[in-house]
Design a protein around this ligand. Structure first.
Ligand code: SAM
Length: 236
């Protein structure tokens, strides 16, 4: 089995280094979400579109271990954990503050099939971070790729921690090309304040992984290209 951690991202054009000091990444996210976490779910439901479509499309069976990378307040994990009582859900996030809100919500719903850890997307591993003996049956990023500077390394790390033949899913902002220009500009300005940006290289990067034999890619544009849903099935 080929290893993704060989930094495939460095093999294709990657002009700017995205490597961050891990301490900075934890601190930056805590600073951003320390107060926002109290109204995060209420506000985000109007513009983080496509999350329910992702939840609907994910293939999950009893006994599966499923990981969300950058899980925030666990909004997605809670819906999934209620829907698939026989599966176990794991969430990791750089912000321990976000995870406090997430854990509170999980406890209030008495859900026992969710485990959370503070960790970085490009550094975690199924065994050291989650104490598991095997890789994940599914991994997903929901509006996290657009906020994680080392997103390529994070995608590679997710694939490293995924079983062969299983899927990595991504839902995030797309290019909004089919929407009015004024809308594209307004959204771009709004997202800038949260350090969020549609990574133009995302699809070429995933396509290059596919070309290099790492798996099979399916892209579904949603809401006139407001957002996109990607499924990358890891090669066997
Ligand atoms: C826009 S929120 C999305 C939260 C959730 N996935 C959702 O759909 O509601 C992005 C999350 O990614 C987390 N994050 C940012 N950089 C990260 C990193 N390097 N590693 C892990 N999580 C990170 C943030 O702390 C935040 O909770």
């Amino acid at each position: 089995m080929r290893k993704f951690n060989k930094r495939h991202s460095e093999e294709i054009q990657n002009p700017k280094s995205t490597i961050q000091n891990p301490d900075d990444a934890f601190e930056k996210m805590d600073k951003m979400y320390r107060h926002q976490r109290y109204f995060y779910d209420l506000t985000r439901k109007y513009y983080l579109l496509g999350r329910d479509r992702l939840i609907k499309e994910m293939k999950i069976s009893d006994g599966d271990n499923v990981l969300e990378i950058g899980c925030g307040t666990a909004r997605n994990l809670i819906i999934l954990a209620k829907k698939h009582r026989g599966a176990h859900f794991f969430g990791l996030d750089a912000s321990a503050e976000m995870l406090k809100t997430a854990q509170r919500k999980i406890d209030a719903k008495h859900l026992e099939n969710i485990t959370l850890k503070t960790a970085l997307a490009d550094e975690f591993s199924y065994d050291e971070t989650f104490d598991l003996t095997g890789k994940f049956d599914a991994c997903f990023f929901s509006y996290a790729v657009s906020i994680i500077p080392p997103w390529k390394e994070s995608i590679e790390n997710a694939l490293d921690n995924l079983k062969a033949g299983k899927s990595l899913y991504i839902v995030d902002f797309y290019d909004q090309r089919s929407l009015p220009v004024w809308f594209q500009k307004t959204l771009k300005g709004w997202l800038k304040q949260f350090h969020v940006k549609y990574p133009k290289e995302l699809i070429p990067f995933l396509a290059s992984l596919e070309r290099n034999g790492f798996g099979k890619l399916k892209i579904t544009p949603l809401y006139k290209r407001y957002s996109l849903l990607a499924e990358f099935r890891k090669a066997i």
